[in-house]
Design a protein around this ligand. Sequence first.
Ligand SMILES: *[C@@H]1O[C@H](CO)[C@@H](O)[C@H](O)[C@H]1NC(C)=O
Length: 456
Amino acid sequence: MPTIRLIFAYSTLTFFLVFFFLSGLNKNDQVSHVVDYVVGNKGPPDFSLYNDLITLSPDEFSIDNPDRRIILIGDIHGMYDPFQSLLSHLSYKSPNDVLISAGDIIAKGSLKGSLNVLSWMTEHNITAVRGNHDQKVIEWRSWINWIQSLPSGKRWLRTTTQRFEETLSSSPSLDVDAWVEEERKKDRRRNGGGNRKWWDRIPEDWKMFGDHYRIAAAMTDSQYNYLVERPLKIWVPHLHVYIAHAGVLASIPGVAKANTRQPLATIPRLPRASRSSDHEAMYRQIQELKILNDIPDNKNPWVTLNMRGLVDDQVVRTKNGTPWSEVFNSDMKMCRGFGNSADDLKKKKKHKSLPCRPATVVYGHAASRGLDLKRWTIGLDSGCVYERRLSALVLGGKLARQSLSEAEEEDDESPLEDDAEDDEAFGAYNIKGHRVGSKVRFGDRAKGKIISVSCD
Ligand SMILES: *[C@@H]1O[C@H](CO)[C@@H](O)[C@H](O)[C@H]1NC(C)=O
């Protein structure tokens, strides 16, 4: 015991000696930077502010109530007018209707449009997951707040912004990146480095005064807080649904589907206390949590914000891989349930099989694929910001009482069906602009409807 105490005393002493030694050198700027990091109170804070997951209850995500609707909407990207026209076509009325965004509400569109969308979303406290563009805006605002908290940071940012705005107003087609680089170089050449230390605080590959920066600088504190509260993923356990901007995987890439590391490969062990309750519901819940927690890619914020496909079992954001949704749907096709009913056995013969039931993913992000409706994945980004369409999946309301018939359940392949009564102007359109049936299967047994508006 005395030795441990001695070691503790010495290390505490050493820590303070190092601290005072470094603090003593504070006048030299180079070292002060080191002190900031070593002491840990002035280093760059966490700009990302990730919020991993929220779970929605049956009350918050109800699709079997004729008086309530869930409206899931794809990437808005600051396209305020199409957004409002979609809501008015749907006669959206809070609080009976619950609007949920699949992320990327801002950026790419006009600055004014982004600020209008953000202000509306914040005012109405709309449920949403974060998109990769929302994320960049959060990061820039966190950075701006940090710079402003540093001695004379506020002044540097104000004067630099002034110079930028003046240059921009006299030459609207300014190459922003080149201007920033030139400013940075000017400071580097100046005696004593000038404002170089400020420029050096910009993380690599961040584009100052770009699209994301300007939204970040212009938004209010409550709009920033609204964005920061958005989670990367939403899970709706009672309907077996995930919402994530880019998507989630149902299996670990490169690991055999039947390997016991895979969340869906084994029937979960139930806690002893729960022996008497509904086993299937518990199996599904445990497996769905394992999908979120045991697949490393799903724990990686970059993946659920940016993933498009897989190349050699690696997640990529480029468009050339196998779309992750194809892999997800083929995983779901292997689910044969947990029991040994005649139906399960029949399915077992047809495919390679796993002890699971399918889950559904709603996502955005993939504008280049357009509205992408598969049996277990619903991709809602139909490219509004590229003058195509803004789409929403509507659940509940009039559709609350309609569920899949047994016959439809058998045919797993096509998620869409035609509806003669459909309003031509607001139906579902594929990426080539062809109208497709707009009733869509959702989860185990429900039906939804795709409604979209034109954005050109
Ligand atoms: C927004 O809604 C969430 C629940 O969805 C609630 O916890 C939060 O307090 C609300 N925020 C505001 C500002 O009303």
